[in-house]
Design a protein around this ligand. Structure first.
Ligand code: GMT
Length: 374
């Protein structure tokens, strides 16, 4: 197939899933055309089946906000026509699904038909999408897509609860490339961070409010009171300064390292003993899956779709949002020498269920279904 993938080219979440999906499809013989405003972060190599088309965003003194959606729709029209695309797959509804609808209508006028699939990722529904300033357009563009997928049962439920959707939503969970995300031997790195063999705890996120990084620091502070431990914080975002201040207030700066945005997060995960994800909301929790693939158990909240991934009492624990005490007690339980290796093994076994080789065929099958009924 000749597939167009529209996504955000960013580090985490939907952008990563879209890029990894495109890469896997290309390895399966499909031609994949990425349409975004800059080169996706994980698309940093050459492959004969992968193409990148940059959206030309022209500005003009009249525009306080350059109309990205129009530039994107025009680029989609151009790529579908000149590259003979069979399908457009847009990731994150806003504004990709409505831009795709516009492109589809323009192409129809030119006697070209193109099926559109929208994948819902989370905040496009749970935080941004249901805001009255976007809701009518989001509802319309989901209903007008030829196929819709959601990354968890919980996100599907949320979508049906908050929007007036008559379109079927197929649940296709996120996935992981186990060739990349696997425990690697990084003893020198572990020794540098934990010179006295302390337990290593990790958190990765975009440091937005919804991630509740303050809970990560508070749980770590409590763990640190009971056992020797270090905390690595990977990523960056709006809450970072506040979090640095909190570390100072708690007097834990010595044991906490802010690493910023890292490409090779799997190297950090390879030497970690526990991953913390106390999010307020999380449609899936890709960062937790990446940790589990590197044999790291997860203490998470029980919000959104996380319990569909992190099995309570098996691969880690799921706790109520904000329950720092429960998260601390359960972290200490996992870190007991007699428990840790059982949790690590279970985390890896669970991650294997989400291997890209299991999930890719679900997308391919869905593409075929949508194409044959569009
Ligand atoms: O919140 C993020 O980390 C970014 C966000 C996004 O929209 O890109 O991630 C969402 O999509 C990811 C990939 O499907 C999911 O794993 C995240 O759980 C989801 N984030 C939220 O629902 C808050």
């Amino acid at each position: 197939m000749n597939i167009g993938i529209v996504c955000y080219p960013t580090f985490g979440g939907s952008g990563v899933v879209a890029t990894e999906l495109g890469k896997a499809l290309s390895q399966n013989g499909h031609k994949v055309h990425f349409i975004t405003y800059s080169q996706p972060t994980r698309l940093d190599f050459f492959n004969e089946n992968l193409f990148y088309h940059e959206v030309d965003l022209r500005t003009y003194p009249l525009f306080q906000y350059p109309p990205y959606e129009l530039a994107l729709a025009s680029k989609m029209v151009d790529v579908v026509k000149h590259e003979n695309l069979d399908l457009l797959h847009v990731h994150y509804a806003i504004p990709h699904a409505s831009a795709a609808f516009m492109a589809k209508q323009i192409l129809k006028e030119r006697n070209i038909s193109i099926p559109v699939i929208t994948t819902l990722h989370g905040t496009d529904i749970t935080l941004v999408g249901k805001d009255p300033s976007y809701e009518p357009v989001v509802t319309f563009s989901i209903n007008k897509s030829d196929g819709v997928t959601a990354v968890s049962e919980d996100l599907k439920k949320d979508t049906l609860e908050h929007f007036d959707i008559y379109q079927h939503i197929e649940v296709i969970p996120n996935f992981i490339d186990l060739d990349r995300f696997k425990k690697q031997k990084k003893d020198h790195f572990k020794k540098a961070i934990c010179p006295n063999d302390e337990y290593l705890i990790t958190h990765t996120s975009n440091f937005r409010k919804v991630k509740r990084v303050e809970d990560v620091i508070k749980v770590f502070f409590n763990i640190r009171k009971a056992i020797p431990a270090k905390l690595l914080l990977v990523g960056d975002g709006p809450e970072r300064n506040k979090m640095e201040k909190l570390c100072r207030e708690l007097g834990t700066c010595e044991d906490i390292r802010f690493l910023g945005k890292l490409d090779a997060v799997e190297e950090v995960l390879s030497v970690s003993d526990l991953f913390l994800m106390p999010s307020e909301k999380e449609s899936f929790g890709l960062a937790a899956l990446e940790a589990m693939a590197c044999e790291v158990p997860v203490i998470s909240s029980n919000a959104g779709g996380i319990p569909e991934l992190n099995i309570d009492g098996v691969t880690g624990y799921t706790c109520n949002v904000g329950d720092v005490d429960d998260m601390t007690t359960k972290s200490l339980h996992i870190l007991k020498p007699e428990n840790l290796s059982t949790f690590k093994k279970a985390a890896l076994a669970r991650a294997k269920e989400f291997d890209v080789t299991n999930i890719l065929p679900l997308y391919e099958k869905f593409y075929e279904k949508v194409r044959s009924s569009a």
